[in-house]
Design a protein around this ligand. Structure first.
Ligand code: SF4
Ligand code: FES
Length: 266
């Protein structure tokens, strides 16, 4: 297969970026998208040019490092597929593909296709933990976890923090990511003691970053490679209302929280 790639090149956060077009020849349909970029980078390096910077680690869809827009679609055209697991057989000989980084104010471009997603780390730091006694390993059945709660927590824990939901959202909102992280722990008995505090703190951390507000466009769910469902956002809003009532004081101090329950439609 021969392809034409139009790739966003940007030296660093402060530099101006631009698209540069590269032909890539002899691409095997069995290559992954990142392997195809490896081939391009070998050619660029041989020519003495800077290789295209892109993030990756596991290359098997579990670490969340990879991700960029392919023809405007986060992680490319395959549903529930990270760009590292996207294979070239899903493209056609002669295709023209435009590659660009996630476009969101909260994710500044570091270089080429790499963005800084540390805003996600700060949301997790605000509540992505439980309080547990240290010491010897507890008896396995000390805390019984209902099957439904375990399933919900596992589904939420599938979020790999890739940022595709933010990139796909017209408002660059981080509600799906935050909802997944809150749900993961709020669903479990071990996460209940900090449930209200976690919800308020993680939503506040999200509001303090440069993410937009959720307006129910639902593009996040469509773009998510891990199938994180919108219902987790509804659950987050319910937990936020619950936490607000339990705090027994008004107005709620979380930035934007007073508006968020208005999006609740369940
Ligand atoms: S919710 Fe989905 S798209 Fe968003 S960061 Fe998690 S895995 Fe990626
Ligand atoms: S490189 Fe780990 S998910 Fe793609």
């Amino acid at each position: 297969m021969n392809l034409t790639l139009r790739i966003w090149r940007q030296k660093d956060t402060d530099a101006a970026g631009r698209f540069i077009t590269y032909p890539v020849e002899g691409v095997s349909p069995d290559m992954s998208f990142l392997e195809m970029l490896d081939v391009l980078n070998e050619t660029l390096t041989d020519r003495g040019e800077a290789p295209v910077a892109f993030e990756h680690d596991c290359r098997e869809g579990i670490c969340g490092s990879c991700g960029f827009l392919i023809n405007g679609m986060a992680h490319g055209p395959r549903r529930h597929t990270t760009v590292c697991q996207l294979h070239m057989r899903f493209f056609k000989d002669g295709d023209s593909l435009t590659l660009e980084p996630w476009r969101a104010q909260a994710f500044p471009v570091v270089r080429d296709l790499v963005v800084d997603r540390s805003a996600f780390d700060r949301i997790i730091q605000a509540g992505g933990y439980i309080t547990a006694p240290t010491g010897s390993v507890p008896e396995a059945s000390t805390i019984l976890v209902p099957k439904e709660a375990a399933d919900t927590a596992m589904d939420a824990a599938a979020c790999i923090g890739c940022g595709a939901c933010v990139a796909a959202c017209p408002n660059a909102a981080a509600m799906l990511f935050t909802a997944a992280k809150v749900t993961h722990l709020n669903a479990l008995p071990q996460g209940k003691p900090e449930r209200d505090e976690r919800t308020v703190n993680m939503v506040a951390a999200m509001a303090n970053e440069a993410f937009g507000s959720c307006a129910n466009h639902t593009e996040c769910e469509a773009a998510c490679p891990k199938g994180i469902p919108l219902e987790f956002i509804a659950g987050l809003n319910r937990d936020l209302i619950r936490a607000a009532f339990r705090r027994h004081r008004e107005p709620l101090t979380v930035v934007g929280a007073a508006q968020q329950p208005a999006h609740e439609d369940t």
